[in-house]
Design a protein around this ligand. Structure first.
Ligand SMILES: [Zn+2]
Length: 489
């Protein structure tokens, strides 16, 4: 009997506004606790919420980038529950009339082999039920203060920060599909500037609903909600763990409880947070202090027109117009600044494939080592393009160029300046190279005899000697051609 896994995901993404969704307080990360608060986000009596227009604009960008349809009218609702970090006793969210709904998103997904490498990328359609707008809660602090054994602290800087909650249908069948989807959403939100989508800062959080059923069954099995998934990798591992646990319980004749579980990555297990009996009844009702949110068709059209070319379109265009493989194009489109950088380098060098290779290997290694993004690269795209052009024109060798790039990265100098300073110009003059070859041949009579006697592998030795004699400046291609001719002649 085989089993089928059913997964649905919820993502909370912080929208990149300067101020909170219903008041003017700053959303800055890392400020003194409770520095960014006011009567509205503290939930003081009589304080009224006012909707932040920017949050709506960014929500619209996010919705459109994920293939959702924006509703011209949506309603804010109170979600009631009691928790210390929720000063009003309710969260302003959206319920039966959300900001956007009915999305369909095509993602690329692949199963992974034992070493964790993708096996074969395939497209998969994921239905997104809704994307709605809401405010974040505050944070309880149980660590880092001297008397936390007796007190708990509350930091309300985050209370009222705008969120987009993105809910899918239960369309995922493996943990890797869920993994690829979350990465897709993260990149899309960053790409259009809707959210920083940084899980480490907590401005993107995800929860997974997981169940299993026997293949062929129509009804869903008992589902478990997974929380505390602080990275995409944790989420993937937590799902794997849960699926195995469900199957084991069911195959041994046991029953599963509908519950919320937390992932503990140190032990690699989930544990119960609360059972269904403890689940909240949120008693949603429309927020009386906010009118319905109405957006015009013009607003939606403008938001759509303002969207940049999305990552998937860009991968396709890179593959088609620059002759890159899907994998190479995807790597270059992993971030918008990198994709822009690549495109500028391709243009400046006139060699799109060379530009892709140089960026994927040499430049990314330097960026990674220095913790910089492509946008922060000390080597501008035009300069990398110029360097590639110098190689293609055989002014310097590829090997020399690698050292030059490292130097450019460290000093910010231009390629030509470094080449002149170090006298790196590649020698392609056949007269000069022939003279060196003659010297090398004269100095190694035994090897010459052996080569002529059929030991062709010795060619490498001669090439090495000639390049050494030129102090690394001889053009290896020409050295090869001339050597062959001379040794045989
Ligand atoms: Zn406030």
């Amino acid at each position: 009997m085989s089993w089928e896994t059913i997964i649905g995901l919820e993502i909370h993404a912080q929208l990149s506004t300067e101020s909170k969704i219903f008041c003017g307080c700053a959303t800055r990360f890392g400020d003194e606790p409770n520095a960014n608060t006011c009567p509205t986000c503290l939930g003081l009596p009589g304080a009224l919420p006012v909707l932040n227009r920017r949050a709506v604009e960014l929500g619209a960008r996010a919705a459109l980038a994920l293939g959702l349809q924006i509703n011209q009218q949506s309603i804010f609702a109170r979600k009631n529950y009691f928790y210390p970090d929720l000063p009003k006793g309710y969260q302003i969210s959206q319920y039966d009339q959300p900001f956007s709904a009915n999305g369909e998103l095509e993602i690329m997904t692949a199963e992974r082999d034992a070493a964790g490498h993708p096996v074969e990328w395939k497209p998969k359609k994921i239905r997104i039920t809704r994307l709605h707008l809401e405010e974040d809660a505050g944070k309880n602090v149980h660590e880092g203060l001297p008397d936390v054994d007796r007190y708990s602290y509350i930091d309300l800087n985050r209370a009222g920060v705008p969120l987009a909650e993105i809910v899918t249908e239960p369309d995922f069948r493996t943990s890797w599909e869920a993994y690829d989807y979350v990465n897709h959403v993260r990149r899309a939100l960053q790409w259009v500037g809707a959210s920083e989508a940084d899980m480490e800062k907590g401005n993107l959080r995800c929860e997974a609903n997981v169940s299993v059923r026997r293949v062929g069954d129509e009804a869903f099995g008992t589902k478990v909600e997974l929380k505390n998934l602080n990275s995409v990798r944790f989420m993937q591992r937590a799902i794997e763990f849960e699926v195995a646990r469900h199957i084991q319980v069911l195959e041994s004749g046991g029953r599963l409880a509908q519950e919320t579980r937390l992932w503990d990555d140190r032990v690699g297990e989930t544990r119960v947070m609360r059972s269904k009996e403890e689940a909240h009844d949120y008693r949603y009702f429309p927020e009386p202090d906010l009118p319905p949110l109405v957006v015009s068709q013009e607003f939606i059209d403008d938001a759509r027109r303002a969207l940049p070319e999305l990552p998937e379109q860009r991968i396709k265009r890179f593959a088609e117009s620059y002759g890159l493989s899907f994998a190479d194009a995807s790597q270059l489109v992993s971030e918008r600044s990198l994709a822009d950088y690549y495109e500028a380098t391709a243009k400046a060098s006139g060699n799109p494939r060379g530009a892709a290779n140089w960026i994927r290997t040499e430049l990314l290694r330097e960026l990674e080592a220095s913790g910089k993004t492509a946008a922060e690269s000390p080597v501008p795209a035009e300069e990398l393009g110029a360097l590639i052009r110098l190689i293609d024109e055989e002014k310097i060798s590829g090997k020399q160029a690698k050292d030059v790039l490292v130097e450019m990265f460290q000093t910010g100098k231009r390629a030509l300046a470094i080449i002149e300073e170090q006298g790196l110009v590649q020698v392609s003059d056949t007269g000069e190279i022939d003279a060196l070859i003659d010297e090398v041949i004269a100095a190694n009579p035994d090897q010459v005899a052996n080569y002529r006697g059929g030991k062709e592998a010795l060619l490498g030795f001669f090439v090495g000697q000639v390049i050494k004699a030129s102090r690394g400046k001889a053009n290896p291609k020409i050295v090869n051609e001339r050597l062959r001719a001379k040794l045989l002649g």
